[in-house]
Design a protein around this ligand. Structure first.
Ligand code: HEC
Length: 197
């Protein structure tokens, strides 16, 4: 467990502009280990819940039923583990649901992760400090073979009938033609740091 190697800090002052410059709580003031550990366990439990429910739904209702499940339930499930002090979501440069479109901070992080994957390396989870005392945890999501049923290429991986259901629910879908091992997106957990007590 080389914890140290996972601790990567990005300085995004340029992207955040004057807001971040006024933020006196610099990255050094944040308990990095605490937020990385919390982020790791929250993203793991969210991913497990989502994957297990998705697999159960595929075997009960087939892929078409599972696509509808994703539409209705995925964001509800990921929000189950959210609280007033932490928001859990998924984001991607090539998103399916426009609600998951990255903001400028997430876009920077995703592009940096993408560059790591393109170099043939494994991107690490990251913490980034944001405006207003917020701390952002990002964990990369890589494409696995079972995901290609809904995110791969037509017609071998993504069957035309499944693609048709996806098109009807997500007209502008960008989340297909992925290959195994590519960066699909990231878990994003936004923590609100409480100071003073
Ligand atoms: C049964 C089809 C299906 C399978 C299998 C599937 N997905 Fe998806 N995926 C979807 C749908 C539909 C959405 C849009 C969900 C929503 O409306 O929030 C989605 C959204 C996502 C998102 C959120 C970003 C975005 O594009 O909106 C990520 C990340 C993601 N999937 C990764 C994966 C990974 C990783 C796997 C494999 C472990 C996987 N998916 C398997 C259908 C699927």
């Amino acid at each position: 467990m080389l914890r140290q190697s996972q601790i990567v800090f990005l300085f995004v002052l340029l992207a955040l502009g004057p807001v971040a410059c006024r933020n006196t709580q610099g990255p050094a003031a944040i308990d990095q280990e605490k937020y990385l550990t919390l982020g790791d366990s929250l993203s793991r439990v969210s991913f497990d819940t989502l994957r297990n429910t998705l697999l159960a739904r595929i075997s009960a209702d087939g892929l078409t039923g599972a696509v509808r499940f994703c539409k209705v339930e995925a964001s509800t499930l990921t929000k189950t583990y959210g609280t007033a002090m932490q928001e859990i979501s998924r984001t991607s440069l090539r998103y399916r649901n426009p609600e998951n479109r990255p903001d400028s901070l997430s876009e920077q992080v995703l592009k940096a992760m993408q560059a790591v994957v393109e170099r043939g390396e494994k991107p690490a989870a990251q913490l980034v400090s944001g405006p207003g005392g917020t701390i952002h945890y990002y964990k990369p999501i890589l494409m696995q073979s079972m995901c290609l049923n809904c995110h791969g290429s037509i017609p071998v991986q993504l069957k035309p009938e499944i693609a048709a259901v996806i098109d009807s629910l997500y007209p502008g879908d960008l989340a297909r033609n992925y290959k195994e091992g590519e960066l699909r997106g990231a878990w994003h957990i936004r923590f609100i740091e409480v100071h003073g007590r």
